[in-house]
Design a protein around this ligand. Structure first.
Ligand SMILES: [Zn+2]
Length: 442
């Protein structure tokens, strides 16, 4: 490391590692110049910007994605791809600042890329309007770093498993560093957020921490109707049972304040009847829309942390986040950083075969149900017997599904031996399979 002494007495730290920060720290700012206009053409030529040699993928062009793209532009990381399947909704405009009224209905990825490319001429943002699952492994392999600003657990699990599957292991099982693509994952929930750095096969991965993301809450209808215990139950009663009874011909419009006020008031009456506290208008919005309010500044804080980590990962200029930063802004301002440990039997980043003890009378269908509802939270598992190579059940293609469907109602002891190892594949874990040894209870 060395320092550049500027004429005005300030210094700039320079590193001779992967990318040089010199161009980043000494260039003019796109925010302002003497005339107040955009300093178009005054930028460091791309051949002297070593960060231009890197390709970064931004997954998601929503609240986090807009901030991430802006920060990448300000950090002079010009080669960026952005992928999102969403179109712009009028409710996005309050915080997703790359979009305007005229953009409503257009692709988020395309509008975001166009905005950044026009506003920041040194940027080359390539948009992809579509699902992350539609891109192949070569697409993901072409990036030096992937930043995810996603709003749901399923997409993150898929992305994590895909990028982890790109890591090549040598004969000792050690990862080849050239094949490791860091994932910087950001997430926000109201005033809280988190940023983390995942070095696939080196640090814990997203799947290792799945337990900290509880499954989406659904409420059994009988509880909602007969034995409410939570404020959410009262709200669910008001909008799933009372609304259709009172307004049989009118669909509840969750964007209408009048409709939502009606639901809130009915839920409040019900909660008082059952002596349940906690029904608020905000909670009503959350339960009905199944959303947590987005706070623009939380997005800004988390995105800034993500892009800082990306700059460090690309340049090796400083120690990166190890591995998980929580931001807590709900009561005061706190943050906490800790090492999220790898999970020994992580289905994505560990090669261990899981053991499972079941009744020999359990049917294959019941086993698949357990894999969906249990801690693995699989989506649509397919099963082969590893030792015999026998295909037990395949979700796809349709012809194979038809042939193997007959096995679903068979008992496990009619299909496999005690202690048999099964190979499970699932659309959530592309490119990976997990081993499961089945032992029969006596
Ligand atoms: Zn893992």
């Amino acid at each position: 490391m060395f320092f550049l002494l500027h004429k005005n007495g300030t210094t700039t730290a320079c590193y001779q590692n992967r990318g040089s920060l010199a161009t980043l720290l000494s260039r003019s700012s796109p925010f302002s110049n003497e005339s107040g206009a955009l300093p178009i053409g005054e930028h460091v030529p791309s051949e002297t910007n070593t960060l231009s040699g890197f390709k970064v993928l931004v997954v998601g062009a929503g609240g986090l994605g807009c901030e991430i793209l802006k920060n990448l532009a300000m950090s002079n990381i010009p080669n960026v791809d952005v992928i999102d399947l969403d179109s712009i909704d009028v409710t996005n405009l309050n915080r997703q600042f790359l979009f305007r009224q005229k953009d409503v209905g257009s692709s988020k990825a395309q509008v975001a890329a166009k905005f950044i490319n026009e506003r920041c001429p040194w940027m080359k943002v390539t948009p992809h309007h579509g699902m992350i699952q539609d891109k192949d492994l070569n697409f993901y392999r072409s990036f030096n770093c992937i930043i995810s600003g996603l709003d749901n657990v399923e997409a993150r699990r898929w992305l994590n498993a895909t990028v982890c599957s790109l890591v090549e292991l040598d004969e000792d099982g050690d990862p080849d560093p050239e094949t490791i693509i860091p994932i910087v994952d950001g997430g926000t929930e109201g005033f809280a957020g988190q940023a983390r750095v995942i070095l696939p096969r080196i640090t814990s991965c997203f799947e290792c921490s799945l337990d900290s993301f509880p499954p989406q809450k659904t409420f059994p209808l009988c509880t909602v109707a007969e034995t409410p215990r939570l404020p959410e139950h009262c709200i669910a009663y008001a909008f799933t049972i009372q609304w259709p009874t009172v307004f049989p011909d009118k669909k509840l419009d969750s964007d209408s304040p009048d409709d939502m006020k009606w639901v809130y008031e009915k839920a409040l009456i019900r909660s008082q009847k059952y002596d349940i506290e906690g029904v608020t208008y905000m909670l009503t919005m959350g339960v009905v829309k199944n959303i947590i309010p987005a706070v623009a500044s939380t997005n800004a804080i988390v995105s800034a942390a993500c892009v800082n980590e990306t700059v460090k990962l690309l340049t090796f200029c400083s120690q990166t986040l190890n591995t998980y930063m929580m931001f807590m802004g709900k009561s005061g301002v706190y943050s906490h950083t800790f090492v999220y440990e790898k999970k020994d039997n992580c289905p994505v980043c560990s090669a261990t075969v899981r053991k499972m003890q079941v009744s020999p009378k359990m049917t294959l269908n019941e086993l698949l149900q357990t894999l969906r509802d249990g801690d693995l939270r699989l989506q649509a598992p397919s099963v082969t017997a590893a030792t015999s190579g026998k295909t037990l059940y395949m979700q796809k293609p349709a012809a194979l599904q038809k042939i193997t469907k007959v096995n679903l109602d068979k008992k496990l002891n009619d299909l496999i031996e005690d202690g048999e190892e099964l190979t499970i594949t699932d659309p959530l874990f592309p490119g990976t399979s997990l081993g499961l040894s089945i032992f029969f209870e006596n």
